[in-house]
Write a protein that binds this ligand. Structure first.
Ligand code: ADP
Ligand code: MG
Ligand code: MG
Length: 245
């Protein structure tokens, strides 16, 4: 699914990623953990093609394609989904319009028929129900005035509708109550299958009680310094990060 090799990347002339190597196979869930400032968000941003980052060396292959050659929207069309740590607000555009436009673009790319408005509404309402979101939520401006928990649920709603091949979730380090966390985790778990992969970036192991990863990697100063199974996350909870660094 994803093959990252010796990835070195900088922002504003400062090298942040110092040679990341990571292989994600179909159906796997990988957690990226690490102390604040270790480069977790930078990795997620570089993979999504966010502006401002420069890849100095290394490669990223996504389903056999050179990911780094693709524009961010092409990455999305190819099946990559990125949930930002700080979701952007788009006042004046309703959530429903936004979601439909996203789904239309992806379906077109996949050469699937466009969903007519009533069919899409029905689908969006069903997904809202599953995620315990009020349907009035669909009428509001994208993320406008949403609470942290609502933004998170909205992100998961978007993911559920887009059905990505690989989802990258960069978790906020704080501000999410346990209910929102659980809903987000349930959303992820409902989408888990033998083909879809996830990379979950998180500072705390708490989230991994709900989204149980197949692999855990610890990032420190832009490098993966340790990898293991889910027990590694528990060990980190226990001992902190300093023993690894
Ligand atoms: P994490 O998500 O693990 O907390 P980040 O990827 O956000 O870490 O940040 C990694 C490092 O990159 C930090 O030292 C941070 O200060 C630095 N950094 C992030 N953005 C910029 C920027 N625009 N210019 C310079 N340094 C940056
Ligand atoms: Mg951080
Ligand atoms: Mg971060």
């Amino acid at each position: 699914m994803l093959e990252v090799k010796d990835l070195v990347a900088e922002i504003d002339g400062k090298t942040i990623l110092n040679g990341i190597t990571l292989t994600v196979r179909p159906g796997e869930v990988h957690a990226i953990m690490g102390p604040n400032g270790s480069g977790k968000s930078t990795l997620a941003n570089v993979l999504s093609g966010r502006e401002g980052y420069e890849v100095l060396s290394g490669s990223v292959t996504f389903q056999g394609q050179d990911l780094l050659e693709l524009a961010p929207e092409e990455r999305a069309r190819a099946g990559l989904f990125l949930a930002f740590q700080y979701p952007v607000e788009i006042p004046g555009v309703s959530n429903m319009q936004f979601l439909k436009a996203s789904v239309d673009a992806i379906r077109k790319h996949r050469e699937q028929e466009e969903l007519d408005a009533p069919t899409f509404m029905k689908l969006a309402r069903e997904k809202c129900k599953e995620l315990k979101l009020k349907t009035e939520f669909l009428k509001r401006g994208v993320n406008e005035g949403f609470s942290g928990g609502e933004k998170k649920r909205n992100e998961i709603l978007q993911m559920a509708l887009l059905e990505p091949k690989l989802a990258l979730l960069d978790e906020t380090d704080s501000g999410l109550d346990i209910d929102a966390l659980q809903v987000a985790a349930e959303g992820v778990n409902a989408l888990r299958n033998g083909e879809r992969s996830f990379i979950v970036v998180t500072h705390y192991q708490r989230l991994l009680n709900y989204i149980v990863p197949d692999f855990v990697h610890v990032l420190s100063e832009g490098k993966i310094v340790k990898s293991g199974g889910r027990e590694l996350a528990l060990e980190l909870e226990d001992k902190g990060y300093s023993w690894i660094q």
